[in-house]
Ligand binder design. Structure first.
Ligand SMILES: Cc1ncc(COP(=O)(O)O)c(C=O)c1O
Length: 423
């Protein structure tokens, strides 16, 4: 089935007399009639639900829908996108291990990698898009367990060369983890290009209406954990799970089962049934929305790139953008989502004035929902930094991040223009 069909039918197909809309199974626990039935569940010998921290039917429907959309063998919802990255990394790395991470990742991911993982004993090294294969490979150590990158980086909007980094990762017998949040499986399918694991902040386009924080981890099933010498935790008994050997018991699904049975069990960063229902409502219309977001954004980007108050529009859908060619390669029909950055010539003051004068667009610390919204890092998320310190983070004082919504594009442009006129 094609994506638009999967978004509506995969994972939940009601039988005779069952609810047409995905039901919300609002129950922490599930009743069984024998000790053997419960024992089989605990031993992962039978499929079923016993406690909603580990699995819940509504979450399960959405997990299957997402797994199908990404082309993977399984998925697991998490309480947030941050929890998805945390879970994915902890399933394969422990204290003493090392991760190689792209420098152009979302700020929260950067902090998780640079600060929190380091505090947990997982060392992280960053690499720049400009580095050659040799330079990147030189950063791989015997204890490196994965390479991590973002399809469309937030907010740098760099397009990650998935095929290139997958080849490097596989040469060193480690998986490539891709944060596919901005692209969504509609605009990019990282597994087709060699990625092994995908994470999402479902809070963005998958929900799409700014109503529910959430995340997901998806397993391609393609990485051979048994063949690589680097993952004994997949091929030797897990004493915390009655000596279970993940690769033996679950084959291609070893990673996603380990993520759930070990990491979700112990950390409890689970999604709720109610939240899964909301996320699903978003997924059902995702193909229509993401296409329209991208079409509107390209029109806005083209319009703004001719404005004399703007020094630069950063959007890989623009032919002039350094990532245009990679965008054409990796993104469906070259569509690059609704998010872009613009740099105002007037710096910090111009950025503040612009934000203060928009009427239709909302100043918000969010991106990727139906409403056009925008953020000026120099007066919001990064307000404590001097102009010099901002530049060190790759953010100029006049930079505004713009998330183009689904309003009529003429109204969006008119609003931006009248705000620019006030600068
Ligand atoms: C690309 C990307 N990944 C991960 C996250 C973290 O997701 P969440 O806010 O759902 O924890 C975000 C949030 O903005 C993001 O943009």
């Amino acid at each position: 089935m094609k994506d638009s069909t999967l978004c509506i039918h995969a994972g939940y197909s009601p039988k005779n007399g069952e609810p047409s809309a995905m039901p919300i199974v609002q129950s922490t626990t599930f009743r069984y009639e024998s000790t053997q039935a419960i024992a089989d569940l605990f031993d992962l010998k039978s499929n079923g639900y016993f406690y909603s921290r580990l699995a819940n039917p509504t979450c399960g429907f959405v997990e299957e829908r997402l797994a199908k959309l990404e082309g993977g063998v399984g998925a697991m919802l998490t309480s947030s996108g941050q929890a998805a990255t945390l879970t994915a990394v902890l399933t394969i790395a422990k204290a003493g291990d090392h991760i190689l991470c792209s420098s152009t990742v979302y700020g929260g991911t950067f902090n998780l990698m640079a600060v929190t993982f380091k505090r947990m004993g997982i060392d992280v090294t960053f690499f720049e898009p400009e580095e050659t294969d040799e330079q990147v490979e030189a950063k791989i150590k015997p204890q490196t367990k994965a390479i991590f990158g973002e399809t469309l980086a937030n907010p740098a909007l760099a397009v990650f060369d998935i095929e290139r980094y997958a080849a490097i990762a596989h040469k060193h017998e480690i998986p490539l983890i891709i944060d596919n949040t901005f692209a969504t499986p509609i605009l990019c399918k990282p597994f087709k290009f060699g990625a092994d694991i995908v994470v999402h902040s479902t809070t963005k386009y998958l929900d799409g209406h700014a109503i529910q924080v959430g995340g997901a981890v998806v397993d391609s099933g393609n990485f051979d954990w048994a063949k690589s010498s680097k993952f004994p935790e997949f091929t030797t008994p897990d004493e915390s799970y009655h000596g279970l050997i993940y690769t033996q018991a679950f084959g291609k699904a070893a990673f996603i089962v380990k993520a759930r049975a070990q990491i979700m069990r112990d950390l409890g960063v689970c999604q709720t049934a109610q939240a899964a229902f909301y996320i699903n409502l978003g997924i059902e219309t995702l193909p229509l929305r993401i296409r329209k977001h991208s079409e509107n954004a390209l029109k806005v980007a083209e319009y703004l790139s001719k404005n004399e108050k703007i020094s630069r529009v950063i959007y890989p859908g623009l032919k002039s953008d350094p990532y245009y060619a990679l965008g054409q390669k990796y993104m469906t029909d070259g569509l690059c989502s609704g998010v872009m950055s613009i740099e105002l010539k007037g710096g910090r003051e111009a950025g503040a004035k612009f934000i203060d004068n928009v009427k239709l667009a909302s100043p918000e610390v969010h991106v990727a929902d139906i409403k056009t919204c925008l953020l000026h890092p120099a007066t919001a998320t990064h307000r404590q930094l001097s102009d010099e310190q901002l530049k060190e983070c790759g953010i100029t004082p006049g930079l505004v991040r713009l998330s183009v919504g689904l309003e009529d594009v003429e109204d969006i442009i008119a609003d931006i223009q009248q705000a620019l006129d006030k600068i």
